[in-house]
Write a protein that binds this ligand. Structure first.
Ligand code: ADP
Ligand code: UDP
Length: 236
């Protein structure tokens, strides 16, 4: 399965074509960005950590009959995935308040929601990934009502699998962002599930100990150590 041409280079990953038009390689970079690319840096070993945590998460979801794009791991920093027609949407699920919801709605950081909160954002850096409701999704023609229902259902199911998965590893799954795509009429989970796209708090601490990209976003330091700690807890 040799690498062919670069199809797309994003902020955190590069996609390469393969001999098979239905399969692509996701290469995970060490480069980190925040605030729609306005802040840039490098987190050493991030690519390796995110690739392998994502692989473990996708395998776990597949074992629970949730379809993902994951095919197999090719190297420390690369996975083979099914090529999807992506929805230009970010689906965010929140179990605990932090980040933009705390800021926007004045909800104190750390408050646990009785039921998870679901949000949609438009994947568009130039517009700053704006928050969308279901009417916006319809008016922009981004996904049918049925597809949104399906993504919502999948996101809630994924949360029910991943909450205990991470808690067994002494990690609170605070919130996360998913991206879905279509393949032959089916909706599959694509992209990645990693400390770049989830908020992870150490469940063994009384105070908030962040094991995710917030260390980079907030200039807290220790980002490499946090990513490696997540790697140890999830992959070893
Ligand atoms: P960004 O585009 O936000 O800078 P990345 O650097 O993570 O993000 O780039 C990866 C890109 O690949 C994203 O645009 C994502 O939607 C897309 N993608 C993820 N999985 C697949 C897939 N299975 N098939 C096609 N595209 C995918
Ligand atoms: N998130 C992401 N990519 C984005 C925006 C958010 O992966 O472009 C994730 C983020 O890591 C967190 C969740 O989505 O797990 C909710 O993010 P929030 O809206 O609070 O982000 P903020 O605006 O505070 O960065």
């Amino acid at each position: 399965m040799g690498k062919r041409e670069k199809i797309y280079e994003g902020k955190a990953k590069i996609l390469y074509s393969t001999d098979d038009p239905n399969l692509v390689i996701q290469y995970f970079k060490d480069e980190a960005t925040a605030f729609d690319g306005k802040k840039r840096g490098v987190i050493q070993e991030k690519g390796r950590v995110n690739n392998q945590i994502s692989a473990k998460v996708f395998e776990t979801l597949e074992s629970q009959k949730i379809s993902t794009h994951y095919v197999k791991t090719l190297s420390e920093t690369e996975m083979l995935v099914k090529r999807l027609e992506m929805f230009p949407l970010e689906v965010v699920l929140r179990n605990i308040a932090t980040g933009s919801i705390s800021k926007r709605l004045g909800i104190e950081e750390g408050v646990t929601f009785e039921n998870p909160v679901l949000e949609y954002y438009l994947k568009n850096d130039a517009l700053g990934d704006p928050l969308l409701n279901r009417s916006h999704i319809q008016v922009l023609g981004l996904a049918s009502e049925k597809a949104v229902d399906e993504m919502e259902d999948l996101t809630l199911r994924i949360n029910r699998v991943l909450l205990p998965f991470f808690l067994e590893r002494v990690v609170k799954l605070v919130d996360f962002k998913l991206e879905f795509g279509r393949l032959d009429g089916e909706i599959l989970l694509g992209d990645e599930v990693s400390p770049d796209t989830c908020r992870f708090w150490d469940a063994g601490s009384e105070t908030i100990q962040r094991l995710d990209k917030d260390r980079f976003r907030k200039d807290l330091g220790g980002e490499q150590e946090a990513y490696l700690e997540m790697y140890e807890r999830v992959c070893n």
